[in-house]
Design a protein around this ligand. Sequence first.
Ligand SMILES: CC(C)(COP(=O)(O)OP(=O)(O)OC[C@H]1O[C@@H](n2cnc3c(N)ncnc32)[C@H](O)[C@@H]1OP(=O)(O)O)[C@@H](O)C(=O)NCCC(=O)NCCS
Length: 143
Amino acid sequence: VPQTIRDARAADAAAIAELLGELGYPATEAAVTSRLERLVIVGDRVVVADVDGEVVGLAHLHVSPTIEHERPAGKLGALVVAESHRGRGIGRLLVEAVEEEATARGCGIFFVTTAERRDDAHAFYESLGLERTGRRYGRTLSQ
Ligand SMILES: CC(C)(COP(=O)(O)OP(=O)(O)OC[C@H]1O[C@@H](n2cnc3c(N)ncnc32)[C@H](O)[C@@H]1OP(=O)(O)O)[C@@H](O)C(=O)NCCC(=O)NCCS
């Protein structure tokens, strides 16, 4: 399948909104447009998988400086491949693209946090050779 991993563009907002719905975080096209703008401002990268002009996957890289390490940390934020296109190596390509960028930007670690319920994602990350190294604790905040 001819496929490219490329930077997300404003014109991808509707397709990205659709993918975020598949991830469990439905969003409007307008919301995605402004989120993309904000991410660019903080220097994050959002890449998409483009298969014959159709956006079928996305990955977000967030690079943050830390107080405890000299080198920044590269975090894989959202990652999703359209259900119709899973199991064809697209997720792997997306992760490779953002990990390469994290390396190029001098990150000392590349990591992702994932919900306990996402069994498929856990198997996927392990097949990519990522090690399970921690737990995540959190709560949602009200306004
Ligand atoms: C997780 C996800 C991104 C994987 O994308 P994908 O394009 O299907 O994955 P790939 O085809 O690149 O798979 C890469 C490797 O992972 C393995 N893998 C992928 N999904 C798997 C699963 N459900 N169970 C076991 N192994 C799996 C593949 O076998 C493959 O290994 P191989 O190259 O040795 O054959 C995709 O399933 C998805 O979008 N899931 C829903 C959203 C989600 O959970 N996102 C992560 C949130 S933290």
